[in-house]
Design a protein around this ligand. Structure first.
Ligand code: NAD
Ligand code: UDP
Length: 330
């Protein structure tokens, strides 16, 4: 298939591009580089052996986006492009609503116009809100706690309604849990601008000595050791899930959790990082981070049953590859 990957130079999009090329798909990338670097394109060419066609465009720019569909016969779209920093979304809500919703609307409008029948969307476990894990796809969604999460819930509704009105437009809503790790080459990985918000990139920067200490946000949750529990998933497993999702897309709206089904606490993750990589990560226990929930992990059985996809890599591979990338990434 000819697959348009929006946000294809970002963390998850770049890993997915490699897996798509490995599975003989042709990838066309649209990215405005707001949170990625052009160097990733050359790295993708080295890793995949083929240079994907690249458009440096904003997906909210309808005219420029439409040119891509005029130039290529697009069979399917994987829509990663979006802003994703939860804290920033609270201080800049309009930027988040505009970027994440307008991109989804324009892209789906053009897909319908050009008869593109396969659309895979990057959603998030955040749409479940605070309810007991394991989280299942058929649970009722609860209110999200920030504008970023709201853009995911609203995008899901926009795509669902578009699919209902256009039965030829099949959609897969992929709810990611906590993507971490990097390609095993250490060539591409997660490279956030500024001080990381997420746990794993923060840990790698502390290990490297670029940040002094990790703050563990709370040890008084009702969990195995009091720290927050999440379902970390290796980004390469997640990337493979996208290949399965677009290759096996059924008509209508299909929702899948992409997680491992296993919860890991902050301290378990930090201890695994120190042990596997034989390096110290100094940390302090501090107060809870506002908006955090105690536990969040997936019931990942639907993706296994319907897509034949299951996460294969564990915490040890995640911390190993995250550290390898950090060391390579100067
Ligand atoms: P990322 O920031 O690394 O990648 C997103 C890419 O999209 C970047 O390359 C950025 O330059 C590009 N982009 C953003 N807005 C654009 C626009 N209007 N036009 C063109 N390009 C644009 O993020 P990621 O971690 O790879 O996440 C990919 C998607 O998955 C996002 O939609 C994110 O919300 C979602 N998601 C991520 C996580 C996570 O923890 N990483 C969890 C759940 C969902
Ligand atoms: N966390 C932490 N210190 C940090 C960043 C995160 O203790 O500097 C904890 C956070 O409270 C949560 C877990 O690590 O329990 C995962 O947080 P992250 O921001 O990576 O993902 P989230 O699940 O919140 O989207």
């Amino acid at each position: 298939m000819n697959i348009l990957v929006t946000g294809g130079l970002g963390f998850i999009g770049s890993h997915t591009t490699i897996e798509l090329i490995k599975n003989n798909h042709t990838v066309i990338i649209a990215d405005n580089l707001i949170n990625s670097k052009i160097e990733v394109l050359d790295k993708l060419s080295t890793l995949a052996g083929i240079q994907p066609t690249f458009y440096q465009i904003d997906v909210t720019d309808e005219a420029k986006l439409e040119e891509v569909f005029v130039n290529h016969k697009i069979d399917g779209v994987i829509h990663f492009a979006g802003l994703k920093a939860v804290g920033e979304s609270v201080s800049k809500p309009l930027e988040y609503y505009y970027n994440n919703l307008v991109s989804t609307m324009i892209l789906s409008k053009i897909c319908v116009k050009y008869g593109v029948s396969k659309f895979v969307f990057s959603s998030s476990a955040t749409v479940y809100g605070d309810q007991p894990s394991p989280l299942k796809e058929d649970m009722e969604l609860k209110k999200t706690t920030n504008p970023y999460g709201e853009t995911k819930a609203m995008s899901e509704r926009i795509l669902t309604d578009t699919s209902i009105a256009n039965p030829n437009f099949a959609v897969s809503l992929l709810r990611y849990f906590n993507p971490v790790g990097a390609h095993e080459s250490g060539f591409i990985g997660e490279d956030p601008n500024g001080i990381p918000n997420n746990l794993m990139p923060f840990v790698t920067k502390v290990a490297k000595g670029q940040l002094e200490k990790l703050s563990v946000f709370g040890n008084d949750y009702d969990t195995i050791d009091g720290t927050g529990v999440r379902d970390y998933i290796h980004v390469v497993d997640l990337a493979k899930g996208h290949v399965k999702a677009i290759e096996n897309l059924k008509e209508g709206v299909n929702i899948y959790n992409l997680g491992t089904g296993k919860g890991t606490s902050v301290l378990e993750l930090v201890n695994a990082f120190m042990k596997v990589n034989d390096i110290d990560v100094p940390f302090d226990i501090v107060g809870r981070r506002p908006g955090d929930i105690a536990t969040c992990f997936a019931d990942a059985s639907k993706a296994e049953k319907e897509l034949g996809w299951k996460a294969e890599l564990g915490i040890d591979e995640m911390v190993r590859d995250a550290w390898k990338f950090e060391q390579n990434n100067r």
